[in-house]
Design a binder for this molecule. Structure first.
Ligand SMILES: C[S@@+](CC[C@H](N)C(=O)[O-])C[C@H]1O[C@@H](n2cnc3c(N)ncnc32)[C@H](O)[C@@H]1O
Length: 322
């Protein structure tokens, strides 16, 4: 049996017997005003980080969520969109679709602002999405893509790119790991399915997105996630796993390469009121300007002693250059 089949089995089990702590969940539940999240959805939170960002949800977007789990994030998306079929949920595991359907009914009974019809559940595979090209404004996945091996991950990202409209955005949360993992660990199908041994270093993860054509990348959060230690896992040293929240935007690829925002800022502290680099970036005196890594490199290469460039905070929250 291949790892994709093992993954389906793991999540079939997780749908039939909700298992708190089975997978992921290092975040507190994000509570929204007036929204009650059924306990069963909280117990079936198999994600890390959040993919629900209100600022992505302007102009009544058509939303896609791949890998539904217990349905909590679909409920949170529906809280903002509040319309029939406003959120499409796709999952390959029948039992997970059924479990989330039941959970949405419970959420409906608890929340006058939510109707089950707001969510359109569809059976489908992340590697072959049952959706038309250029039909989605905001696509999300949480803790599914890290499970995929390279060729499948490429397919899954290409599928998201295909269904997104121009300037649409793919919002994700996944574990990442900067350390080398042994092949044995990487090929352990159950650990992979549990989001413990598939993760990539952040640079490689981002490169997969830009290679697929996404012209703008935003890293919105980076947090501690798990430790694999030699007592409990087949590892020689402690392996530290983090999780990130990332948005990949289907902007045209700039001629000089993608804009990748990792939370850097530039601050001009010279004698003038501002500094203009002649390329569309104006730095007001002692005011931080959020910059992408490309602009950070270009400003640094000027070799000036009146421009400070901050390290990456991995907490980009909008605005700035590009
Ligand atoms: C780690 S869980 C995450 C669930 C949910 N996103 C959350 O944050 O709680 C992975 C989800 O992806 C689904 N899944 C697994 N393989 C899939 C595939 N090839 N295509 C679509 N969904 C898949 C599982 O059934 C499960 O719902």
């Amino acid at each position: 049996m291949g790892y994709l089949e093992t993954t389906k089995d793991v999540y079939k089990e997780a749908a039939l017997t909700p298992d708190v702590g089975l997978c992921c969940t290092t975040n507190p539940i994000w509570e929204l005003p007036g929204l009650k999240i059924p306990l069963i959805m909280q117990q079936m939170n198999y994600g890390c980080g959040s993919t629900v960002h209100p600022r992505d949800l302007v102009n009544n977007p058509r939303i896609l969520y791949v890998g539904v789990g217990g349905g909590m994030e679909l409920l949170q998306f529906a809280y903002f969109s509040r319309q029939e079929n406003g959120v499409i949920g796709v999952d390959v595991v029948d039992e997970m679709l059924e479990a989330s359907r039941v959970n949405f009914k419970e959420a409906e009974a608890m929340n006058p602002c939510f109707k089950s019809e707001f969510v359109n559940l569809r059976k489908g595979d992340a590697l072959n999405l049952p959706l038309d090209d250029n039909s989605i404004d905001v696509a999300a996945q949480n803790c599914l893509f890290n499970i995929f091996k390279t060729e499948d991950l490429k397919k899954a990202i290409a599928e998201m790119y295909r269904v997104l409209k121009p300037h649409g955005r793919l919002v994700m949360s996944d574990p990442t790991c900067e350390q080398e993992m042994s092949d044995k660990l990487r090929n352990d199908e159950r650990l992979r399915a549990l989001c413990l041994s598939g993760s990539l270093p952040i640079n490689e993860y981002v490169k997969m997105l830009t290679d697929a054509g996404f012209g703008t990348i935003e890293i919105r959060a980076r947090k501690a996630y798990r430790i694999l230690d030699p007592v409990h896992y087949d590892v020689d040293e402690l392996i530290y796993i983090e999780s990130i929240e990332v948005a990949a935007i289907k902007d045209l690829m700039p001629k000089d390469g993608p804009c990748i925002f990792t939370g850097k800022a530039a601050i001009y502290y010279g004698e003038e009121d501002y500094f203009d680099d002649g390329k569309g970036h104006t730095l007001l005196k002692n005011q931080p300007l959020a910059i992408c890594d490309k602009t950070a490199g270009a400003l640094a290469s000027l070799g000036r002693d009146d421009i400070f460039i901050s390290p990456s905070t991995f907490h980009y929250d909008g605005g700035g250059c590009c």
